[in-house]
Ligand binder design. Structure first.
Ligand code: IPM
Ligand code: MG
Length: 373
């Protein structure tokens, strides 16, 4: 078969269940690409606690090099109790933040859908969650996460700590443009979440969002919401939302909350996008939303769907292969519809599949979906 294109993907498995779920995702990625006549070279590199153990740093220079030369980066998860006593800059999480910064991935896309097969897996009432389809766009390289931090003794014998929470006009504009263009190919609606009744950063956020949407996306409707009220409405009426754009910390919190709507956080993928390349694709970092889950690591029980669906997003946004992305999405849905279930998704009387078996179930469906076309 002719090799049509050759892709380089950096795989940063990380800690906990990271290696198990990325292994299944890489399997799906290679199979889908090879079946379509493409070549792919996956290079493994260290991140997080695994990198600290091997090199003393959570984001070592060799990893920085590996991701710089890759067409896309797949990440598992970072973190674990073992490294929690490290100073903040030497924790596994610092490696992930440094990676995001190095790649310039400022827009974090976190799609949250309640698939028909999953309606019963959520703790919420079916009539509330059914047909939920929200795309969160979380700003990822600014805000309190990246501002200057300090912690010093004060005159009382205690300490004082600060996190500088700042946003520039340009940082807000670029992520809002991503939200606007994604809304255009969805249902044409953007909700911008802030705390403009209290925070200066949110007042700027609101002004810039209003202007960008009005001037550049007149066909897209925009509604502003305060983060506290939004957190409640999200669970009361999730179908009211299409694209939700928000700053870094709010997005971190709200997307974990939103995971409840999908049935399990183990199902959810994410794409972190940076600069646009000449061919219209973007630099991208792809990772499941779930963490390293050290309590279940190494036991072949973690759900690989979040990682596998992240590969779907990679095909769409960084490899420029939307038809193959659709194939992966359809395969995930078909596997779930056939009642393939990992432990996080089963009800008491159902048998669950391990990580490997769930990966195999999705791969079996990829073949079937491709044959139908
Ligand atoms: C996430 C995670 C990270 C974040 C942590 C691990 C630093 O919670 O990707 O949502 O806060 O961004
Ligand atoms: Mg988080």
């Amino acid at each position: 078969m002719n090799v049509r294109r050759a892709f380089r993907v950096a795989v940063l498995a990380g800690d906990g269940v990271g290696p198990e779920v990325t292994r299944e995702a890489v399997h799906v990625l290679s199979e889908v690409l090879h079946a379509a006549g493409h070549a792919v070279e996956c290079t493994e590199a260290l991140i997080g606690g695994a990198a600290i153990d091997a090199t003393g740093e959570p984001f070592p220079p060799a990893t920085r090099e590996a991701v710089r030369h890759a067409d896309a980066v797949l990440l598992g998860a970072v973190g674990g109790a073992k490294w929690n006593t490290q100073p903040p800059t030497l924790r596994p999480e610092a490696g992930l933040l440094a990676l995001r910064k190095a790649l310039g991935t400022f827009a974090n896309l976190r799609p949250v859908r309640t698939l028909p097969a999953m309606v019963d897996a959520t703790p919420l009432r079916p009539e509330i969650v059914r047909d939920t389809d929200i795309l969160f766009v979380r700003e990822l390289t600014g805000g309190a996460y990246f501002g200057a931090k300090s912690r010093v003794a004060d005159a009382t014998g205690g300490e004082v700590a600060t996190d500088d929470w700042r946003y520039t006009t340009a940082e807000i504009e670029r992520v809002v443009r991503i939200a606007g263009s994604l809304a255009r190919v969805r249902r044409g609606h953007v909700t911008s979440v802030d705390k403009a009744n209290v925070l200066a950063t949110s007042q700027l956020w609101r002004d810039v969002t209003t202007r960008v949407l009005r001037e550049e996306f007149a066909d897209v409707t925009l509604v502003h919401a305060y983060v506290d009220a939004f957190a409640m409405q999200l669970l009361r009426e999730p179908r009211a939302y299409d694209v939700v754009v928000t700053e870094n910390l709010f997005g971190d919190i709200l997307t974990d909350e939103a995971a409840v709507l999908a049935g399990s956080i183990g199902l959810l993928p994410s794409a972190s996008l940076g600069a646009e390349r000449a061919d219209g694709t973007r630099v991208g970092l792809y990772e499941p939303i779930h963490g390293s889950a050290p309590d279940i690591a190494g036991r072949d029980i973690a759900n690989p769907i979040g990682a596998i669906a992240s590969v779907g997003l990679m095909l769409r946004y960084s490899l420029g292969l939307p038809a193959l992305a659709d194939e992966v999405d359809a395969a995930v849905q078909a596997a779930l519809a056939s009642r393939a279930r990992t432990r996080d998704l089963v009800t008491a009387d159902e048998v669950s599949l391990g990580t490997r078996a769930m990966g195999a179930a999705v791969r079996a469906c990829v073949g079937a979906v491709a044959l139908e076309r």
